[in-house]
Design a binder for this molecule. Structure first.
Ligand code: FES
Ligand code: FES
Length: 162
């Protein structure tokens, strides 16, 4: 017999029964099929599973689903209306802020709050803010450039690349 929980995910109220061991990322990926949230390590190190919980970035592999009772969750799928790009996504595309793309959903979820919480963030602030998100491909340079483009307000969802 599971534990009933109710939470809001991407604006939708969800009620589910979960086991005490079910992690938030399992609920999102395996039950709700929101597979844009990735699992890279399952040990709270890589940040691939980052989502927003009540406006804060959290690693969904390190939280139990029951701890999200009553919470407002946003995943990468909920960042922008269907068929549109969030300015951060547009900026990552313009600046080639990704290669394989595995880290990208978590990287963007962290970056969106980074820019929102500290609009005047310097390059060093951005690099520090990304320390919980690991990218094996890009060397971070273009990721930082992407975040700076979004920060400037000049990201263009219709542009393909810079
Ligand atoms: S999968 Fe959650 S931090 Fe790596
Ligand atoms: S783009 Fe491949 S892990 Fe970041």
């Amino acid at each position: 017999m599971g534990i009933p929980i109710t939470l809001t995910v991407n604006g939708r109220s969800i009620t589910r029964e979960v086991t005490p061991q079910t992690t938030l990322v399992q609920l999102l990926r395996e039950d709700l099929r929101l597979t844009g949230t990735h699992v890279g390590c399952d040990t709270a190190q890589c940040g691939a599973c980052t989502v927003h919980l009540n406006g804060r970035a959290v690693k969904a592999c390190s939280m139990l689903a029951v701890q999200a009772q009553g919470a407002q969750i946003t995943t990468i799928e909920g960042l922008a209306p269907e068929g549109e790009l969030h300015p951060m996504q547009a900026a990552f595309r313009q600046c080639h802020g990704l290669q394989c793309g595995f880290c990208t959903p978590g990287m963007e979820m962290t970056s969106v709050l980074l820019v929102k919480d500290k609009p005047g963030a310097t390059e060093q602030d951005i690099r520090d803010g990304l320390e919980g998100n690991i990218c094996r491909c890009t060397g971070y340079h273009n990721i930082v450039k992407s975040i700076q483009l979004c920060q400037s307000g000049k990201a263009d969802a219709t542009a393909t690349s810079a």
